[in-house]
Design a protein around this ligand. Sequence first.
Ligand code: PLP
Length: 437
Amino acid sequence: MTIDTDQYMQMDRQGIWHPYTRHSAAQAGDFPIITKGEGVYLFDAEGNKYLDAISSWWACNLGHSHPRLVEAIIRQARELQHSILGNLSHPRAIELAEELVGLFPDPRHVLFASDGASAAEAALKIAIQYWHNLGHGERNRFASLEDAYHGDTLGAVSVGYLEGFHLPFKPLLFPAYRGESPYCGRCKHGKEPASCSQECFDSMLAVFDEHADELAAVILEPLCQGAAGMRIYPPEYLRLLDKLCKEKDVLLIVDEIAVGFGRTGKMFAFQHAGIDPDIICLGKSLSGGYLPISATVVKDKIFETFGDQPEDRTFYHGHTFSGNPIASAAALETLRIYERERIVEQAEQKGRLLKDQMAPLSDLPHVVDVRCLGMIGAAELDDEPRWPQQIRERLLGEGILVRPLGNVVYLMPPLITSGDILNRTVEAFCNAVEVCR
Ligand SMILES: Cc1ncc(COP(=O)(O)O)c(C=O)c1O
């Protein structure tokens, strides 16, 4: 598609409020206008090509314009573009729910929505109403991790507060009990992985000791606190939390929105810990990142308390586009591609290359920590605000699109990125980190 870039940039400045973008950056108007995506690449209006090294906000695990996905979307659009799930149903949502439930060990039901925040928000409300249904309205608090991120709606922000993002909304948020962030990169307890005994878990233990009777659920991002700066932590933390939740009868909600669907080298990150959470939030790559769809997958022991006999305990919650047929068709095709192309196995193997290649970065004096898990590779830099931006600009010039999180620069490329391209990308990334100082 050809457009007049200057004219579009001007129209952009006049009309678009860009999410998570400073006005100064939007006004400077120096970001590319993307007109095409193909495989692992995005192309701008000037014909420049960029490797999508953040998978378009961690969603496009299968890259762009995958022919099978495009075909599935077109096919479904011709047949039925939208119909609701309130007192109606349609084949794609039915098939998708069946496939999703089949990914987990025991019977579950799936509540669809359109974005990640809505999936997290639904999980919180389901947990609250579950206890209400059981006659335990006093179980109406949550525990979560410091520096968590579960989306930008008010409930999700209440359990996922990041000061830099959410300060103005503080007066509106409900209080949540916080466990210390398992921030291995800057361990407050001075431990290294080899000597770590999950000391950071003690604060969560203390929350449970004092407040278990008030807790409806704990919610957390399994193994990687993404928005906080790709803080990767060991599965042992999840195992301890799962055990504690079982002991104290508190629901465990895992937010797999960013890390689900193979990103960590397993289909779901919580599987590294061998646990079986009560509620699982899915989004982003559920449809390969092609169309907005999310899901809250809930164990039947919870679902079954929402009956309407003799009293009405219906979950009065939903969205116009919950389980939209075209988005569901994209999600179904995504799952087929995962199976056919062995996407998760690929991610696991390539993740090892990524890790090996990034390891030498930890010798650089201005690199505080290097952390990798599956197809996530991050480097935390000393607190020098100019470096991440310099790295971003340098890589953009080399045709690689990254988007630092504060002083953390990271790669999270599509899982289909070939070994060769991955190799070259990591090399360019490491060079950029090395010379930024
Ligand atoms: C762990 C996690 N949960 C929830 C969300 C929110 O998803 P969405 O942006 O689709 O609302 C995100 C987004 O980055 C996320 O990383």
